[in-house]
Design a protein around this ligand. Sequence first.
Ligand code: 4AD
Ligand code: MG
Length: 470
Amino acid sequence: MKNISKKMIRRKKIAGLLESNEFGSEVTIMGWVKTKRDTKGGFSFLEINDGSTIKNIQVLAENKMANYTEEILRLTTGCSVIVKGVLVESPGKGQKVEVKATEINIGGWADPDSYPLQKKRHSFEYLRTIAHLRARTNTFGAVARIRNAMSYAIHTFFQDRDFIYLHSPIITGSNCEGAGDMFKVTTLDLQRVKNKGGAVDFTEDFFGKSASLTVSGQLEAEVYALALGNVYTFGPTFRAENSNTYRHLAEFWMVEPEMAFCDLKESIDLGEELIKSTLAYILKNCKDDMDFFNRFVDKDLISTIDNIINKHFERLTYTEAIGILSKSRERFEFPPTWGKDIQSEHERYLCEHFKKPVAVTDYPKEIKPFYMKVNKDSRTVKAMDILLPGIGEIIGGSQREDVYETLLNRIKEMDLDPADYWWYLDLRKYGTVIHSGFGLGFERLMQFVTGLANIRDVIPFPRTPKNLEF
Ligand code: 4AD
Ligand code: MG
């Protein structure tokens, strides 16, 4: 690579150039060859992509260039190039501008006999085996740009409403969801772990007690909500559940707002607003990428999203939902039963039944974690799940138990040790308030907005059981 630093200064991004009218100006672009076509007339057309947009820019290279025969004719898909040239109006169809090259430097070759990304379409399964290269495909470039825009939209949504962004810890000593499914964090030599009567002696471990990767930042978000009012976390969370499905990851990103002086109803309203507002942002700001998904993944994608932005989400209780499911003629694998969890087949049915997103509230307390506020009926808790058509549960949340005694009883009832939750209980002892919050699965929102069926394809490096290659 010769003289790159000087050229870097005038580097233009293709996204900007495609919109430019500055014909005659000198430009430098840097990117990867998508395709090349050599003509009999002694020139070549290169399609170059630099990741700034799904679109390529066409570069015209003539045989009078010094390295035409030796290098340019040898360029193939995947090679990196630094092109210096002049921006001209394109005579070709389908593009406004192109670059007439004056100099093309090759960054790196990509041997066409072994380069895994050929011009043809590859299956998503195959692309998962080359996660280090799939970012160069149209689909995964678009996913990465939309993930970026979606993150921005989420932060903007909360910042516009004066929420404080809270960095909740990744390593934790408590279990928010009160169940198993946590990854252990340890520096113990696993070959020589000391046992104390059968149990591992964690006093010897780094933290002097058992530590795990967090399943949710909620408990810590509650601490800050009860001081700052409205906060949100947006970070990675970890679940060791061994579920190989199209919508579960072992490492996923969660958005968790937590609001003091806020009840269940208000938190559902916020969840609905968050989904609508971020979807609208993507439709407005990621047009080219969304057109691509609408064309190649789901022909109804944009109209489905539009529809959801404009519809009021249905709200119903768990008991009503079980009633609807029981009355349906659908043959469910898991018969809907009061007291049992709502399965993904049930979620799908409910969204189809109402033809819109659905918020289900007030679940039996037995199937929900210890922290949810117990209703007056003492059988149900102030829980809520928001379900999206095609995705199922996207949001899970609740109003939190704010009464000290009730919370203590729930912790005991669920066989948890109150000593582990002393600081969480303290929040109810000192200045307790009604408060609520929820967690939105970022990748599930990404699945919805891109139409991609498998959650492994909306995160750069998916973590799932038996899969840690990249
Ligand atoms: O319903 P969940 O388990 O709720 C909580 O963790 C609460 N503590 C959140 C809160 O109230 N602050 O998870 C919330 C959301 C789910 O609705 C789902 O969208 C997503 O996180 N989620 C997953 N996404 C991908 N892979 C997994 N294994 C997921 N588990 C949950
Ligand atoms: Mg849930």
